[in-house]
Design a protein around this ligand. Structure first.
Ligand SMILES: NC(=O)C1=CN([C@@H]2O[C@H](COP(=O)(O)OP(=O)(O)OC[C@H]3O[C@@H](n4cnc5c(N)ncnc54)[C@H](OP(=O)(O)O)[C@@H]3O)[C@@H](O)[C@H]2O)C=CC1
Ligand SMILES: CC(=O)N[C@@H](CCC(=O)OP(=O)(O)O)C(=O)O
Length: 403
């Protein structure tokens, strides 16, 4: 047994045993990335004393969840229940301040956590890092007032657009924290790992932009697709709209039908175009139409592209395969297999595949995620793991829920 910055660990064969957590290490061929796969309850020491979770007091990083009474905040709380190093010491709410997490979300009733407080009453002296799960607009004001030493992953859209004029154009209000915007790193984990590792403030990507950029960025970087005529038809579960009551999100308005919204005007357009333009070093524009589906979680993006001259579907498939071969959470399915939102539900996975169109030279790309996990709280946790120097998959190896 030895002591490290992460607590005490012991070596056993090719694995590390940490408390009752089995951690097997995997490195890239070039030795760069370290991943772990972990499992509980089977270490030599723990066979008779299996614990299902590490107690908060044993964890090394103290976490604040701002907006814990919302969908993404409560999803962070759910995910952190199995995180060996992140322990929640502070949770905030607005209308629900003063309540316990279990009274607001009965599925979290077994979490032994402090009651939620209003942000104005929050004590950050006991916090090392925060997940900020608040509405955009509100967030920049709140982050401005946080202690400077905190690491922050912001799930809102407030720090995603580098150009604050563009922010004002699409979000209808001037940016009130331009200096913080300069500091923020856009956190599409698989694309910007190095920058995220050194960041203090990470702008977690939107759900639609995550599902769209993951397949397109490597194909654009490799010059395999044309930058014109990229058409994205995307569909989201209703939890993407948050928990706040809105007439448009009533069961009767959503059930037994689908509808498009934000046609040509959705605020994720500039975020998607920023990421694709970075990948190509030139201005990329896209046609993007989101749809609301009668399901609680899940997101599918179906993307129609033109292949570059001489490029085949096999080339696209090979490129995605190479780009993501070492990535835990991005899964290129076997050729011909169709990604399905049900198969990633509750997990941090993005499943994707490419298909030839009937029209020669065109391809159809399908990518699915859970909007609340890889599209929000899961990716946020993946990013904070990196920012705190932990393996990015720590506490995130939830298998999808099925059926
Ligand atoms: N839902 C999703 O799939 C995704 C959401 N996001 C983004 O993440 C952020 C959170 O989203 P989501 O969890 O869905 O939203 P919810 O509406 O479900 O939750 C919002 C949270 O913010 C709190 N809150 C609201 N207004 C204020 C305020 N003025 N001051 C302090 N706290 C406030 C609410 O408290 P209370 O309930 O107590 O009033 C609640 O805890 C948003 O910016 C959203 O755009 C990003 C990716 C995906
Ligand atoms: C179904 C639904 O309403 N989805 C939200 C996007 C959710 C998301 O990613 O939001 P942020 O960019 O705000 O973080 C929307 O279309 O505005």
């Amino acid at each position: 047994m030895s002591s490290t910055a992460f607590g005490s660990i012991s070596l056993d064969g090719g694995c590390i045993w940490k408390n009752e957590l089995k951690i097997s290490k995997f490195r890239n061929r070039d030795g760069r990335k370290l991943f772990v796969r972990s499992s509980v309850a089977s270490s030599p020491q723990s066979l008779q004393f299996a614990k299902t979770k590490t107690e908060n007091s044993e964890k090394s990083v103290r976490i604040g969840v701002l907006g814990a009474s919302g969908y993404t905040g409560s999803e962070i709380v759910r995910l952190l229940a199995n995180h060996p190093q992140f322990g929640i010491t502070l949770m905030t709410a607005d209308r629900k301040a003063g309540q316990s997490i279990g009274s607001v979300f009965p599925h979290l009733i077994k979490q032994d956590l402090p009651d939620m407080v209003a942000i104005k009453d929050a004590d950050f002296s006991n916090v090392d890092a925060v997940f900020c799960c608040l509405p955009h607009g509100t967030t920049q004001e709140i982050i401005k007032g946080l202690p400077k030493g905190l690491k922050i992953v912001d799930l809102s859209a407030d720090f995603r657009l580098r150009n604050i004029n563009e922010y004002e154009e699409w979000y209808g209000q001037p940016h009130s924290a331009p200096d913080l915007q300069k500091e923020a790193i856009y956190g599409l984990t698989e694309v910007s790992r190095k920058e995220i590792q050194n960041a203090r403030l990470v702008a977690n990507p939107g759900c639609y932009p995550t599902s769209i950029q993951l397949p397109l960025v490597p194909l654009i970087k490799a010059n395999l697709i044309e930058l014109r005529n990229i058409i994205i038809d995307a569909k989201s579960g209703v939890s993407g709209a948050g928990r706040g009551a809105k007439e448009a999100n009533l069961y009767t308005e959503i059930a037994e039908g689908i509808h498009s919204y934000g046609i040509t005007t959705h605020r994720h357009v500039p975020e998607i175009e920023q990421g694709l333009s970075d990948a190509s070093n030139s201005k990329v524009t896209v046609s993007f139409t989101p749809h609301l589906m009668p399901m609680s979680r899940g997101m599918q993006s179906t993307i129609y592209v033109e292949m570059a001259p001489g490029v085949t579907i096999e080339d696209l498939y090979q490129q995605l395969s190479i780009s993501y071969e070492d990535d835990e959470f991005v899964v290129l399915l076997e050729k011909g297999a169709v990604p399905h939102t049900r198969n990633v539900r509750g997990s941090n996975y993005c499943f994707m595949n490419v298909f030839p169109d009937r029209i020669p030279g065109r391809a159809i790309i399908i990518s699915v995620i859970d909007n609340l996990v890889k599209g929000a709280s899961g990716q946020a946790l993946q990013n904070l793991n990196l920012m705190m120097g932990f393996p990015e998959n720590m506490g995130l190896l939830y298998q999808p829920l099925f059926p």
